[in-house]
Write a protein that binds this ligand. Structure first.
Ligand code: PLP
Length: 259
């Protein structure tokens, strides 16, 4: 029997920890066949981003056309889109992107910017209205809303406000939520708030955590799981992967997660 097919639209991380590389390995771990549309190349290792070369939006479109014309994509994840032009381009394909999980990648954990400064509104105006799930972390929610999002009450309000832009479900990932000892995510869908929690794992090997969560969610949607089940499963998947690689020593900076 054919495997389910998922698509990642994201940037390449030469260090292998995040981006396209994390997404494809996560799809494979779910026994989902991964296709990929590359939006940017990064010259990167565990210590940080040394350079970025954005792919021309016209060629991002050519990749999308090629994949969508031929392969039965059942769910899609977007990661680093690099520029507002590419956000607009991807939004133009929205009717052909089922199970769309939008991870609004703006800044790497190293602090390097991965998206055009001051153009973040493109996400809210163009792409969020088409998403099944959006997955900002606290910092991305803060940038998108123009205010600090630091504790659980802020995260709940942020999720409500981001939901008003149109996505069916908002997950504000609270990895570093003030006042919490666990990794708590706020899930807002259909007017209801739910908290997803897993025990905090103290490790520097967290590069690619956000990509992995969104890719695992898309993989599970491709397998036919409902959104709530896909999110809970993705949370467990990330926890297990983080625990398995917590003691690794790959590179001098933030190392990758296992799978
Ligand atoms: N996509 C790319 C290409 C990246 O380089 C990064 C971070 O450096 C990300 C996405 C986001 O990574 P994370 O999952 O750690 O938030």
């Amino acid at each position: 029997m054919n495997p389910a097919v998922a698509l990642t639209i994201a940037g390449s991380d030469s260090g292998g920890g995040a981006g396209i590389q994390a997404d494809l390995k996560t799809f494979a771990a779910h026994r989902v066949f991964g296709t990929s549309v590359i939006t940017a190349l990064t010259a990167q290792n565990t210590a940080g981003v040394k350079g970025i070369s954005a792919v021309d939006p016209g060629f991002v479109g050519a990749q999308l056309d090629a994949v969508l014309a031929d392969l039965p994509v059942a769910a899609v994840k977007t990661g680093m889109l690099a520029t507002p032009e590419t956000v607009a381009l991807v939004a133009g394909y929205a009717s052909r992107l089922p199970g769309l999980v939008v991870d609004p990648v703006l800044v790497a954990s190293s602090g390097d910017r991965l998206f055009t400064r001051d153009a973040e509104r493109a996400y809210l105006d163009l792409l969020f209205p088409h998403a099944a799930v959006v997955t900002p972390n606290l910092r991305e929610a803060s940038v998108l809303l123009g205010r600090d999002v630091v504790d659980v009450d802020d995260a709940i309000k942020a999720a409500e406000d981001l939901a008003a832009t149109g996505p069916a479900c908002v997950v504000v990932k609270g990895g570093h939520l003030r006042g919490s000892r666990d990794a708590v995510d706020v899930v807002y869908a259909g007017g209801t708030v739910e908290l997803l929690s897993s025990p905090w794992i103290d490790t520097a090997n967290n590069h690619g955590t956000g990509c992995t969560f969104a890719a695992a969610t898309a993989a599970r949607l491709a397998l036919g799981q409902p959104v709530a089940e896909a999110l809970a499963g993705a949370k467990d998947y990330v926890h297990t992967a983080l625990a398995a690689s917590a003691g690794w020593r790959l590179g001098a900076g933030h190392g990758p997660l296992a799978w």
